[in-house]
Design a binder for this molecule. Structure first.
Ligand code: DX5
Ligand code: ZN
Length: 224
């Protein structure tokens, strides 16, 4: 596989949770390879979504790669539960509180054999990621303020940072994926790709579409 393939990741936040197993199959049939799962604690972000039990339910119903985005404080305290639930990648926020530290949490994720990511809110500078860039598989640049789906893409605030993250990676022999999350549609995904993104999280534009196969096809074509 090329080092940074362009992939469209449907975000379960926009799925019909009354029919989760059906929704996971819908994503599979639409051609998804990775699924994005947003965990929110009502404190780090102003919304509450789901926890490890949902991750486990999804895992039981699919072999898709599960990309778990923790928008929570104390991710280190809850970590084992998400590992046991069957996550493949766990992304934690640099702005959140930890009993230990971001570095220690990343170390534990990787020691468990998972991929590890860090996420930056739209207004957090790339410099906040610098202490961790050697120790991550993925850097998530939030393109909306985390907490809700359906918000507009914050181009001016986030694209220079994305390009900075790409340039730093390429100049230093690093290899992390660059993921964008929030407001990704066929007209914004190419902008993010131009600035370095290769993983495109799509809630409204994927699960929110009646014909998800067509939506995924169009999204993939927009970043091909
Ligand atoms: C936002 C979440 C996103 C969300 C994106 O806090 O992290 O993953 O599902 O939703 P859309 O694609 O609708 O902006
Ligand atoms: Zn997310």
């Amino acid at each position: 596989m090329e080092p940074h393939p362009s992939l469209i990741l449907p975000s379960l936040l926009a799925a019909d949770w009354g029919h989760v197993t059906h929704e996971v199959k819908r994503a599979e049939q639409a051609g998804a390879r990775w699924l994005h799962l947003d965990v929110m604690d009502g404190t780090f972000v102003d919304n509450i979504s789901f926890g490890p039990q949902m991750v486990q339910t999804v895992r039981k119903n699919t072999g898709l790669y599960l990309d778990v985005h923790l928008m929570i404080h104390r991710a280190d305290h809850y970590l084992e539960r998400f590992i046991k639930a069957g996550a493949n990648n766990i992304t934690i926020h640099v702005e959140a509180d930890y009993d230990t530290s971001v570095a220690e949490t990343l170390k534990r994720i990787r020691a468990a054999g998972l991929h590890a990511g860090i996420a930056l809110r739209p207004h957090t500078p790339f410099s906040a990621a610098l202490p961790y860039v050697q120790d991550i598989d993925l850097l998530l640049i939030m393109t909306v303020v985390p907490g809700f789906g359906g918000q507009p893409f914050m181009e001016a605030e986030t694209m220079p940072k994305l390009a900075e993250a790409r340039d730093h990676r390429d100049a230093n022999g690093l290899s992390y994926h660059l993921e964008v999350d929030g407001g990704i549609y066929t007209h914004t995904a190419p902008i993010a790709k131009k600035h370095g993104a290769n993983l495109f999280v799509c809630g409204t534009s994927a699960f929110g579409h009646a014909d998800m196969g067509q939506a995924m096809h169009d999204l993939a074509a927009s970043v091909a």
